[in-house]
Design a protein around this ligand. Sequence first.
Ligand code: ADP
Length: 247
Amino acid sequence: AGQPDFLLAVEALTVSFDGFKAVNDVSFYVDPDEIRVIIGPNGAGKTTVLDLICGRTRATSGSIKYKGSELTKLSESAIVQAGVGRKFQTPSIYDDLSVFENLEISYPRGRSVWGALTFKRDAAVRDRIHEVAEMIFLKDHLSKRAEFLSHGQKQWLEIGMLLIQDPELLMLDEPVAGMSVAERKKTAELLHQIIKGRSVLVIEHDMKFVEDIAHRVTVLHQGKVLSEGSMERVKNDPKVVDVYLGH
Ligand code: ADP
């Protein structure tokens, strides 16, 4: 009882910039354990939707409910605390720290100064770092300085730095951009593995990758939802072929 049906319910979400509606009456619902991919041409409003969910941009109107609670009035840090993690396109790892240390500094240690000062590298923390390192294919590179990782490994490390905070909703902006074919395959495996107990919302342009990962796809066009459903359904939708996939 009291369990919300959706992990995330976005309803009639709208944001105007100087009268221009970058996101215009967008609604979609993400289930628990779902990988949802948002596709659409440049300027469709994809990044702005993620900015709205993580609190970086304020909605003009509409609602974003996460586990039944309204996010649109919360600060960015309160949204992170609620369990929403976001990875941006540019990596924000610490090049001069090891893989282990990058994961360690991302481990949640409470919000107080006291919590940070008294934080100890105890066995539970170490175990969690090893568990995450294994998921992101870096368990044999724990002592390597992050600057020596490949581009793909850096992207995985950043996902790991979010995973260690145990978000229930993970948002990723073009996670496989610049990756090799082999790295893309492993990233798809990683996403399928991490959705047990969480959901992933991804912006992606690589249609092969979208086919590999998406449970459902939401197509945005000019700030509105143009189509939604399985990749099979969406890619055969004449409206989608017309504005996007046909090019
Ligand atoms: P996408 O990620 O699909 O490429 P965006 O969400 O980045 O699209 O942008 C959607 C539209 O909103 C674009 O026309 C963009 O120029 C505009 N836009 C985004 N952010 C702002 C802002 N802060 N101020 C004004 N216009 C913006």
